[in-house]
Design a binder for this molecule. Structure first.
Ligand SMILES: C[S@@+](CC[C@H](N)C(=O)[O-])C[C@H]1O[C@@H](n2cnc3c(N)ncnc32)[C@H](O)[C@@H]1O
Length: 213
C-alpha cells in the first residue's frame, strides 16, 4: 500500500499554557543533559511545530484513531504533548538513559504515557532495513519494544519520528510495510519542515507537498 502526502496548513496559534510550560521545562532539562553527556544520536525536534501539527491532526478528520507512537522518542516531549492532546501516547527509545528522562518528565507533569526501552524496528525487519544501506545511528537491536507495550506497529494510528537524514527513507519504508491502512506518519526534517503521510489502499493522485509553520 502506498503512502500519500497530506497537505495540512499549520497555523501559528499560541500554545496553551500547560504545553508551553512542558516545552520550557523540557528545553531546560535537555540543555542540562547535553552539558553533562555526549549522546550524539539524540537531537531534539521543534516541539512547538510538532504540537501544532498534532493539534491540527487531533481536531481534524485525517486520523482513524487516537493511538500515537513516537519512534525514537528521546526525551519523550512529543509523546507528552500528544498525551496533552488526548492521544493514547507511547514512545520507543533505544537509549535507556533517555527512556528514564522521558518517564521522569511525563511523571512530573502527570501525563499518562508509556515509554518502552528498545527499537522501533519491528522483529524480522532487519533485512528490509539493511537493504537500504547503513546508518549512523539507527539500530535494529532491542526488537522487544512492541512486546513491552503489548502493541503492534499496525495498532498505531499516528506515528511521529525525527529521523536522521540517512534514516528518512527507511522510516518511510518501515511505516509503509508495518503500519495499518489509514495510519498517519508525521516526520520532522529540521528547520520548520514537517511532512505528513498516510498509508492508503491505492494511489489517489495527490501530490507531495510539505508542511511548514
Ligand atoms: C533525532 S533524535 C529525535 C528525538 C525525539 N523524537 C525528538 O523529536 O525530540 C532520534 C532518536 O531516535 C533514537 N533511536 C535511534 N534508533 C532507534 C531505534 N532503532 N529504536 C528506537 N530509538 C532509536 C535515538 O537514540 C534518538 O534519541
Amino acid at each position: 500500500m502506498p503512502l500519500v502526502d497530506l497537505d495540512v496548513p499549520i497555523l501559528e496559534e499560541e500554545l496553551p499554557a500547560d504545553a508551553e510550560r512542558l516545552i520550557r521545562e523540557a528545553d531546560r532539562r535537555i540543555a542540562e543533559f547535553q552539558n553533562e553527556r555526549c549522546l550524539p544520536a539524540f537531537v531534539a525536534s521543534d516541539f512547538v511545530g510538532a504540537y501544532r501539527i498534532l493539534r491540527n491532526l487531533s481536531e481534524g478528520v485525517l486520523i482513524r484513531g487516537r493511538r500515537f507512537c513516537e519512534w525514537g522518542s528521546g526525551f519523550g516531549v512529543v509523546t507528552a504533548l500528544a498525551a496533552m492532546l488526548e492521544f493514547e501516547a507511547c514512545g520507543i527509545e533505544v537509549e535507556g538513559i533517555l527512556v528514564e528522562e522521558a518517564r521522569r518528565l511525563a511523571d512530573d507533569f502527570g501525563l499518562p504515557v508509556e515509554f518502552a526501552h528498545g527499537s522501533f524496528v519491528p522483529p524480522g525487519a532487519e533485512e528490509r532495513v539493511y537493504a537500504r544501506g547503513t546508518y549512523s545511528w539507527l539500530t535494529t537491536e532491542g526488537d522487544y519494544a512492541y512486546d513491552e507495550l503489548g502493541l503492534e506497529p499496525a495498532d498505531m494510528d499516528v506515528i511521529f519520528a525525527y529521523p536522521w537524514p540517512d534514516e528518512e527513507a527507511v522510516v518511510g519504508v518501515l511505516f509503509e510495510h508495518y503500519a495499518g491502512p489509514g495510519a498517519v506518519l508525521a516526520t520532522f526534517h529540521g528547520g520548520s519542515d514537517f511532512r505528513l503521510r498516510r498509508k492508503v489502499a491505492r494511489r489517489n493522485g495527490r501530490g507531495g507537498s510539505r508542511n511548514s509553520r
